[in-house]
Design a protein around this ligand. Structure first.
Ligand code: ADP
Ligand code: MG
Length: 390
């Protein structure tokens, strides 16, 4: 999706990923670096071939990114420094969810109360302490390498302690108060930065509602359902305040909980294009999240930028791989056959091999009609996506 935008400006994109990775369907650049993004030497090789580096996954070796940005990478006997956006410092901070939230808390941003959980012998005692402090249920989370709910464990009773020790004991962990939220909201924010690293501008897309099932994002609604404009604007302010504390250029997704008393609490940040911004591809075509990612890292965000959607409503449905490799074909067929007067349907398949629960594509539906109910209009798609996921 980033390559699509780069092509429109004739910007050369070099990718580090496996030989036949999805982007190769539309990127035949012979400078492609085939390998793992976890391999420091491959990352150095990518840096030698680029003027600016960005990432689309935050679980990456930040030591090598720091080295590339500050000392440089050796090429033809000379050292070449390559800017990394967002900053390796931001990536390093965000990689550790506990430290990430400590940082936000220090900046006066509301986050759930949390505490470190000891490893080894004293883990059970630590869980007891968390239970005393936060009550039950509480969340036990891996500090690092977690995504799509992997690394999260909801502790509902002391009987769960033993399973938690057995299944989570090998990770570096923290506990977090369980927040019985009314909604989950998210805001994508674009951050531009001066050469000196100061925030130049922050542009927030409209607030969306995200639905997580089994800790995985399954749907996104623009606008959020049954949430006032006031709260949507407040969420944009919170998200902008969050991103102001980070370093580097790019788009950032800020995930939040909306509590029963309308309080907003920040859950976590993704320093990259994100599920909650996929709706912008069709809804904000003048500046989709991918275009924004490209334009911000190149520092060419136009001053005419406008992020107001061109549609009255949009919904994104994730396509998650099912039990069989072709389980999602029925859903794909349905998107071709379904017709609704007041709804447009956009299918995205990433060209990834299908595995159970893996995000392999998404469907965005939009409407220009001011009062249409996309959830109702797209009900057959939602039902089929849910069926595959079971
Ligand atoms: P991931 O990195 O996998 O996205 P998150 O920490 O965002 O992990 O958790 C995934 C989902 O689990 C959240 O979107 C939310 O639905 C639920 N969740 C996480 N933390 C809490 C919490 N403290 N209270 C209530 N629900 C939570
Ligand atoms: Mg999350």
């Amino acid at each position: 999706m980033l390559q699509e935008q780069a092509a429109l400006l004739g910007i050369e994109l070099v990718v580090l990923d496996e030989t036949n990775c999805p982007v190769r369907q539309i990127n035949q650049n012979e400078k492609h670096v085939a390998g793992s993004f976890r391999d420091p030497e491959k990352i150095r090789e990518l840096a030698r071939r680029c003027d600016v580096l960005t990432v689309e996954i935050e679980h990456i070796n930040t030591d090598v990114l720091e080295e590339i940005a500050t000392t440089g990478v050796e090429i033809g006997g000379k050292m070449k420094k390559v800017p990394v956006h967002p900053s390796w410092e931001t990536l390093r901070l965000i990689q550790d969810k506990y430290l990430q939230k400590e940082h936000f808390q220090r900046a006066g941003i509301p986050v759930a109360p949390q505490m470190v959980v000891n490893a080894g012998e004293s883990m059970s005692n630590s869980l007891q302490e968390a239970s005393n402090a936060f009550g039950l249920p509480f969340m036990l989370k891996a500090r690092k390498e977690s995504y799509d709910g992997r690394g999260n464990f909801k502790i509902t009773s002391p009987e769960d302690f033993e399973t938690a020790v057995n299944t989570m004991g090998k990770f570096s962990l923290y506990a977090e108060k369980f927040l019985p939220f009314r909604k989950e909201l998210a805001v994508m924010v674009i951050r531009t930065e001066s050469e000196e690293g100061e925030t130049k501008s922050l542009y927030a897309y409209p607030t969306v509602e995200t639905i997580h099932e089994d800790s995985v994002c399954t749907k996104v609604f623009y606008p959020p359902r049954h949430v006032s404009n006031e709260i949507c604007e407040a969420a944009k302010d919170v998200a902008s305040n969050v991103v102001r504390t980070l370093k580097g250029r790019g788009v950032f997704a800020v995930e939040m909980f909306l509590l029963e008393n309308d309080e907003l609490v920040v859950n976590e940040v993704a320093p990259r294009p994100h599920n909650s911004g996929h709706f912008t591809i069709e809804s904000v075509p003048s500046m989709s999240q991918y275009k924004a990612q490209l334009y911000s890292i190149l520092d060419i965000i136009p001053s005419s930028i406008k992020l107001q959607p061109r549609v009255s409503s949009a919904m994104m449905i994730n396509i998650l791989g099912g039990a069989q490799e072709d389980s999602h074909h029925s859903l794909v067929d349905l998107t071709y056959s379904i017709y609704r007067d007041s709804m447009d349907i956009f299918l995205h398949l990433y060209g990834k091999s299908s595995k159970p629960g893996r995000k392999i594509g998404h469907i965005t539906v939009t409407s220009h009609a001011p009062d249409s109910n996309l959830e109702e209009l797209a009900a057959p798609l939602i039902k089929e996506a849910d069926r595959i996921r079971q």
